[in-house]
Design a protein around this ligand. Structure first.
Ligand code: GLU
Length: 555
């Protein structure tokens, strides 16, 4: 009598398929040589973590660069940690970053023939494999209770031994199947464990695509593969899913590296070819001079939502993350000035293991670069989309005159070295707010007028009067406008020849820069702004005149 078969049939009466059937149902993928099949396998336990975005970017790029497949698998077997709605949110957030899966769980639908791509829907697949393992003696029911396990751990700790269920401590690994069957029939709770044949005194050789060749301690733990709630553990689901979904490169967080021997042993025991692995460094943060992991609880940067809300262009965050992934990416940008990630070929070999330090200043730098490279249509469209969700004040500014908004954003944009005023969409409104007449008046209330203290107030008044009377020459080119400013400036005793001025500034009431500054402060209430001529053109003759009068009354 084959008791193992009887036991397996008793536990899984409805499983009629075999591993061979699964092999047929999920055939090898027919891809060109070298094409990578990668996946992103989030657990629906909350928002998209910046570390997960990093992981998904790597998986996505490895697939794209090699003409392979990037798919998404939802790992929802930890029902206790599941947060409702988070699976859909993850997909939405990935979509905002332009990381679209070719296949897999896509939110409201699934795509591809290797599904289901949601682990909780794959129960029969796991059970098919486990049933087969029970029959082959590769797995067994274990009746150790929580209490037993606690006692075992205590004893092992006391004896300074490795903790866990292994070797002589794996009390039920050699229990006769007919006896196990009896115990199950009597209603005893159990889990199913893998019967390891390893020895922790041995080392195994393995390879990581980032770290190279490694020697790790062989696994000898009889790990749980099937929990009492009828769901698989991560270790088991990883092996089964990545095998039957035909993943050939697993990219995942380095916290899984220590479990690699378990996974390799499982692959071998099942006769499956193991994929390649790349264990990615964790993103760290400097905190009071110490490096620590980016923490979900403590750090706002741990959630990608923070960046979206703050108005970072999602693409800019990806560019920044890519500089962490590959240090040579920065050289690529410097020489190519190309921010299209599709044009850069990522290499796991060039990934630094200790370089994953989150650097806000660097992010801001790249964010400014990316926004400055957009044309006026793109940036105004994206800023508007952002404002619709996050900034009513910017949105109301835009809605008053969308075409004008576009022109404002276009100031000093269409040139070789465009201005870099904005790192994020939220930086726009504070910079351009003065364009709005009512806001200008509000700002005038809020702030002190800051003219150059070295210029007599009478000179400023005089200059403004003469300038207003003369007219602003806004309908012609910038040179004519500037000549006009200079003409007025010289009338109030300003030097318009820089060289001459430098020889002895004390001889003059001011210079051309001072004249421009008076106009700038009058128009914008600021000393630093983008191109003044462009600003005045957008304001228009009428409003320029208006503002001069407002300032005249104020000083
Ligand atoms: N669900 C696992 C996690 O979120 C995935 C790890 C993996 O990619 O294999 O950590």
């Amino acid at each position: 009598m084959d008791y193992r078969k009887e036991l397996a049939d008793y536990i899984f009466p409805n499983i009629t398929e075999s591993i061979e059937d699964l092999e047929k149902r999920y055939p090898e993928r027919n891809l060109k040589e070298g094409a990578k099949v990668t996946r992103f396998a989030p657990s629906p336990t909350g928002f998209l973590h910046t570390g997960s975005l990093f992981t998904s970017l790597v998986a996505y790029k490895m697939a794209k660069d090699s003409g392979g497949i990037f798919y998404l698998r939802l790992e929802d077997t930890d029902t206790k940690r599941e947060v409702e709605g988070s699976a859909l949110l993850l997909i939405k957030q990935l979509h905002e970053f332009g990381i679209e899966a070719d296949e897999g769980y896509l939110g409201n639908e699934e795509k591809g023939i290797y599904g289901p791509y949601v682990q909780s829907k794959r129960k029969t697949i796991y059970e098919t494999v486990i049933k087969d393992m029970l029959i082959k003696g590769l797995a067994y029911p274990c009746f150790l209770s929580e209490e037993d396990l606690k006692e075992l751990r205590e004893e092992q700790t006391k004896n300074k031994e490795i903790t866990g269920v292994y070797g002589k401590y794996a009390k039920y690994r050699d229990l006769a199947p007919e006896k196990a069957l009896e115990m199950i029939k009597s209603g005893l709770a159990y889990v199913i464990r893998f019967k390891s044949s390893g020895n922790h005194l041995n080392k195994i050789k393995c390879h990581d695509e980032i770290r190279g060749d490694l020697e790790l301690t062989e696994n000898d733990q009889d790990i749980v593969i099937y929990k009492s709630d009828g769901l698989p553990t991560y270790h088991f689901a990883h092996v089964v899913d990545d095998h039957f979904m035909r993943t050939n490169l697993v990219t995942r967080g380095e916290e899984w590296l220590s479990s690699l021997p378990i996974h390799l042993e499982l692959f071998k025991a099942l006769g499956f070819k193991a994929p390649k692995y790349a264990h990615l460094p964790v993103i760290m943060k400097l905190d009071n001079g110490n490096r620590r992991k980016l923490s979900k609880r403590k750090d706002k940067e741990a959630s990608v939502d923070f960046f979206l809300e703050s108005g970072f262009e999602p693409h800019a965050l990806l560019v920044y993350l890519m500089t962490i992934v590959n240090s040579n990416y920065e050289d690529f940008i410097v020489t190519s000035k190309d921010y299209d990630l599709g044009h850069f070929k990522m290499s796991l070999k060039k990934m630094s293991l200790d370089g994953a330090l989150f650097d806000n200043a660097k992010l801001e730098f790249y964010a400014k670069e990316v926004l400055s490279k957009m044309n006026k249509d793109e940036i105004s469209f994206k800023a508007t989309e952002w404002a619709k969700v996050y900034s009513p004040e910017l949105l109301s500014f835009i809605e008053k005159d969308p075409a004008r908004f576009k022109e404002i954003l276009n100031i000093e944009r269409e040139k070789k070295n465009p201005r870099k005023d904005y790192a994020k969409y939220s930086d726009i409104y504070p910079v351009i707010r003065f364009f709005d007449h009512d806001e200008y008046l509000k700002m005038l209330e809020e702030t002190k007028l800051e003219f150059n203290e070295n210029i007599f107030i009478e000179t400023i008044k005089n200059f403004l009067k003469l300038y207003k009377d003369k007219g602003f020459a806004l309908d012609l080119d910038e040179n004519t406008w500037f000549t006009n400013v200079k003409e007025v400036a010289s009338k109030v005793g300003f030097c318009t020849d820089n060289k001459l001025y430098k020889e002895d500034p004390s001889k003059w009431a001011g210079n051309t820069n001072d004249a421009c500054e008076i106009i700038r402060v009058a128009m914008t209430l600021r000393k630093v702004t983008p191109n003044l001529f462009a600003i005045m053109k957008i304001l228009g003759e009428e409003e320029v005149k208006n503002r001069i009068e407002i300032i005249q009354n104020k000083i």
